[in-house]
Design a protein around this ligand. Structure first.
Ligand SMILES: C[S@@+](CC[C@H](N)C(=O)[O-])C[C@H]1O[C@@H](n2cnc3c(N)ncnc32)[C@H](O)[C@@H]1O
Length: 271
C-alpha cells in the first residue's frame, strides 16, 4: 500500500521534475502504475522505490518513473479546428506576409505523445505545400516520455486509431500490415523526412528565440499548476517569430494570465 505521506513525496518529486501537478485523487492510479515498476525492478516496497528514484534522478529508472506517471491520450486530427485554422488562415497569411522568405515554416509539436499530432500536422502541411509550392515545413516533435517517443518514431498504429484520418490520406500515407502485422498500419515515413522527434522537458529553458512559426502545445498545460502554466506561456511567446501562432487544447485557457499574445480564435493566439 502507498501511504498518504509517501504519495505526497512522489507528488513533490514529479512536480519538481516535470511540472505535473497530481491531484490527491490520483493516488490509486499512481499506486497501480508504480506497482508495475516495483515488480519490474523486483523491489519490495514503495518506500524503497522512492529512495531509488529520488537518489538517482538522471538514472534509467527515473526515466521509467516519468514514463509511468505521464498521461498520453491523443488521436489523429484531434481538435480538428486547429488544423483547419492552420490550413485556411495561417499558411496563406505566412505566404502573403513573407512572400520573399524561402525558409521552411518551423512547427513545434510541444507534447507530441505517440506521434498522432505531429503526423497529422505533417499530412496537412504536405498537402498544403503540394497545392501551393512555397516555403515547405519542418516539424520538431518533443515529449518528456521516452516510451511514447519510441512509439512515435515507429509510427505504427492499430486501425481503430486512424478513424479520423481521411480515406485519401490513409491510402497515400499509410501502409497496411499483413500476416502478423494485420490490423496495424504504418505511416510511410519516407514522406516525412522533415519530422524530428526529440526528448524534451517543457520545464527546461527553451532552445529557441524568436524562431518558431507555429507551436501546438495542446492538452499538457492542463496537468500543470497556474504558475507553471503562466511561465510556460511566456516562454512560448519568446520562442515564436513575430506573427507566429500558439495553439492550446480546447479545454485549456490562458485568459487569466498576464501575456502579450493576441487571441485569434478559440484557443488560437498570435505574437
Ligand atoms: C495528453 S498528451 C497530449 C498529446 C497531444 N498534444 C494531444 O493534444 O493530443 C500529454 C503529453 O504531454 C507530455 N508531458 C507531460 N509533461 C511534460 C513535460 N514536462 N514536458 C514535455 N512533455 C510533457 C506527456 O508525456 C504526454 O505525452
Amino acid at each position: 500500500m502507498l501511504s498518504d505521506a509517501l504519495f505526497n513525496k512522489f507528488r513533490s518529486l514529479i512536480y519538481e521534475k516535470t511540472g505535473i501537478n497530481l491531484s490527491p485523487e490520483k493516488k490509486e492510479l499512481l499506486q497501480a502504475r508504480l506497482g508495475k515498476r516495483l515488480r519490474a525492478c523486483s523491489i519490495a516496497s514503495f518506500k524503497e522505490y522512492y529512495k531509488l528514484v529520488a537518489s538517482n534522478q538522471e538514472g534509467p529508472e527515473f526515466t521509467h518513473f516519468v514514463n509511468s506517471v505521464s498521461t498520453n491520450f491523443t488521436s489523429f486530427f484531434r481538435e480538428q479546428a486547429h488544423f483547419s485554422f492552420l490550413e485556411e488562415i495561417i499558411l496563406p497569411q505566412f505566404e502573403e506576409i513573407n512572400s520573399g522568405n524561402r525558409n521552411p515554416i518551423k512547427v513545434w509539436s510541444a507534447a507530441c505523445s505517440s506521434g498522432e499530432e505531429p503526423y497529422t500536422l505533417a499530412m496537412v502541411l504536405e498537402e498544403y505545400f503540394l497545392r501551393n509550392p512555397g516555403r515547405g515545413y519542418r516539424i520538431t516533435a518533443t515529449d518528456i516520455s521516452t516510451k511514447v517517443l519510441e512509439q512515435a518514431k515507429k509510427g505504427i498504429y492499430t486501425a481503430d486509431r486512424l478513424e479520423k484520418v481521411p480515406d485519401s490520406y490513409l491510402r497515400k500515407y499509410f501502409q497496411k500490415g499483413v500476416g502478423r502485422s494485420a490490423g496495424y498500419l504504418r505511416i510511410k515515413k519516407e514522406f516525412f523526412p522533415n519530422i524530428q522527434f526529440l526528448h524534451f522537458n517543457l520545464m527546461e529553458q527553451f532552445p529557441w528565440k524568436s524562431e518558431i512559426d507555429v507551436i501546438f502545445c495542446r492538452n499538457v498545460m492542463i496537468y500543470f499548476d497556474r504558475l507553471t502554466q503562466q511561465q510556460m506561456v511566456n516562454k512560448f511567446y519568446d520562442c515564436l517569430v513575430p506573427g507566429g501562432y500558439l495553439m492550446i487544447g480546447h479545454s485549456e485557457s490562458i485568459s487569466s494570465f498576464r501575456h502579450s499574445f493576441r487571441q485569434k480564435a478559440a484557443t488560437v493566439f498570435s505574437k
